[in-house]
Design a protein around this ligand. Structure first.
Ligand code: THU
Length: 128
């Protein structure tokens, strides 16, 4: 699965966002070490703090399906270019990092893919 396809799946997932409070849909697509992909979207709640982000929803989907290592995550928010993961999502991405780290795929200003790494977005991370 190439990163363009990963982003395409993240875009599709954002269409299923449940975001009646923020009106800010987000989709994510995780590539696991197995080669399989798992999508997620943000799911909000009337009790705002119970909201789950798209990235964490995709990772939970991967874990439920038996995965333990992820190699890439594509993230897409139709209302924001370069929709980067929030702090807690960075920590959760890092929890399941593969041996060679995790690529974070975002869409740049002109629709081109931007590839970052979790090490770049979460330096000096805490891990047991
Ligand atoms: N959101 C995500 O899904 N991922 C992020 O990394 C940042 C924020 C969602 C949470 C909430 O539903 C909406 O975007 C506005 O914060």
């Amino acid at each position: 699965m190439d990163y363009n396809e990963l982003m395409e799946r993240a875009k599709q997932a954002s269409e299923n966002s449940y975001s009646p409070y923020s009106h800010f849909p987000v989709g994510a697509c995780v590539l696991a070490e197995s080669g399989k992909v798992y999508v997620g979207t943000n799911v909000e709640n009337a009790s705002y703090g119970a909201t789950i982000c798209a990235e964490r929803s995709a990772i939970v989907n991967a874990i439920v399906n038996g995965e333990r290592k992820i190699t890439a995550v594509a993230i897409y928010g139709p209302k924001m270019k370069r929709c980067a993961p929030c702090g807690p999502c960075r920590q959760v991405i890092d929890e399941f990092r593969s041996e060679k780290g995790v690529d974070i795929i975002l869409e740049g200003d002109n629709g081109e893919l931007e590839i970052h790494t979790i090490d770049e977005l979460l330096p000096l991370s805490f891990n047991l």
